[in-house]
Design a protein around this ligand. Structure first.
Ligand code: PLP
Length: 394
């Protein structure tokens, strides 16, 4: 007979989920109450204002979708895109490809602007596409490409969208809480994120936010939103501030306690401090990685501090390294995706997992495993290189 499930205790340094702060796990285990209970509704109002803080927005329609980041992506597209419309999608990794899939399923036409994996979205190419397709209704791109570790210039891309009278749609599943993100100041019209990356919360929720202009487009749709569950017109009956609180679906009560706690932790630290912490830990980690003789896919200028795509020599057995890390060190790092499969590791320093202890653990464990597999390197020197960077940050 199967008994209770007790997961192994791991250190999560992959592309997500990231290590969950114990405060969040504790919040998750608090007693479940009804999702229409006045106490719960009060908490939801706080979740909304905490999300507005994290996104830096005053957008009224700022809510967590009750499903993972992919559902946030789908929420944005099914609500904003109508059949027959054109959407320009800038793709520089895996997730832009999913945007295309979403737009097609909306019965709309994706106009793809492709960039090499590991590079940020090319602003000039995006501008050319906007000029070539004046009838496009939106420009969509990934702010923080988790498949490559590249950061795109969201501010510049949103500005272009505005100049061409397009909505700016942004995937910041990995960006939120880890790097600068300014929904209002940059003019983002629709954005989705996830809980399990830099918020270090449990997976399964997707914060989204829509500008007034985006809401206007949703209200003036000629076709019904194809998804009943993700139709924001209906969801707003529950989340909307105009009272009512009608039943739409049973909110994932305990997961929302967890998100409330995660956002509270972020606010206690302060957004800018969180961004700086991610940058500092990345700098130390990068020094150690270079000392091990490994490289980075992305140039420092566009590199995400929270997602390190680390390249290794062809002779290294990718799978053997990752299994040894998991087996001997309880340490999870991620494999490469798509075009980078078998060529890189994706090492996350996200949220709660972005700390000096994890940086040192990963450098020494990775160095030891490489040595055991016959790739000579000096783990102690890598840890020392990281320490030197930390000292210089004091
Ligand atoms: C993780 C991720 C997603 C999908 O989120 P899920 O919670 O796995 O559904 C979408 N976009 C990016 C950039 C991501 O990193």
């Amino acid at each position: 007979m199967a008994g209770s499930f007790h997961p192994p205790v791991r250190t999560l340094m992959g592309p997500g989920p990231s290590d969950v702060n114990p405060r969040i796990l504790e919040a998750l285990s608090r007693p479940t109450i009804g999702h229409l209970d006045p106490a719960f509704i009060e908490m939801m109002d706080e979740v909304k204002s905490l999300l507005q803080y994290a996104f830096r927005t005053e957008n009224e329609l700022t809510i967590p979708v009750s499903a993972p980041g992919s559902a946030g992506m789908e929420t944005v597209f099914v609500n904003l895109v109508e059949p027959g419309e054109k959407v320009i999608i800038c793709q520089n990794g895996v997730f832009g490809g999913r945007m295309k899939e979403n737009v097609e399923r909306c019965g709309a036409e994706p106009i793809m602007v492709e960039d090499e994996w590991g590079l940020p979205v090319d602003i000039a190419k995006a501008e050319q596409a906007l000029t070539d397709h004046p009838d496009a209704v939106a420009l969509a791109f990934v702010h923080a490409e988790t498949s490559t570790g590249a950061r795109s210039d969201a501010e510049a891309l949103c500005k272009l969208a505005q100049q061409h009278d397009c909505l700016a749609i942004v995937d910041s599943v990995t960006g939120l809480g880890g790097i600068q993100l300014e929904v209002d100041a940059w003019g983002i019209d629709a954005i989705y994120s996830g809980t399990q990356k830099c918020l270090s919360c449990v997976p399964g929720l997707s914060p989204v936010s829509f500008s007034a202009k985006a809401v206007e487009k949703i209200k003036n749709r000629t076709h019904k939103v194809q998804s009943w569950f993700l139709d924001t017109n209906l969801v707003m009956g529950y989340w909307g501030s105009e009272g009512g609180r009608s039943y739409h679906h049973t909110a994932p009560v305990n997961s929302l306690y967890a998100l409330h706690e995660a956002l509270t932790i972020l606010k206690e630290e302060g957004l800018e401090n969180a961004w700086q912490r991610h940058a500092n830990n990345h700098a130390a980690f990068a020094a150690g990685i270079q000392s091990l003789g490994l490289g980075f896919v992305v140039e420092p200028e566009y590199r995400l501090p929270q997602l390190n795509a680390v390249s290794f020599p062809d002779s290294v057995d990718d799978g053997a390294v990752r299994s040894a890390l998991l087996k001997n060190y309880d340490l999870e790092i991620g494999a490469g995706l798509g075009a980078l499969a078998g060529k890189v590791w994706r090492i996350g320093l996200m949220g709660f997992a972005s700390n000096p202890t994890n940086v040192n653990l990963c450098l020494s464990a990775l160095g030891n495993v490489l040595n055991t597999l016959g790739h000579e390197c000096d783990p102690a020197a890598a840890v020392a290189a990281a320490s030197e960077v930390y000292s210089s940050q004091q």
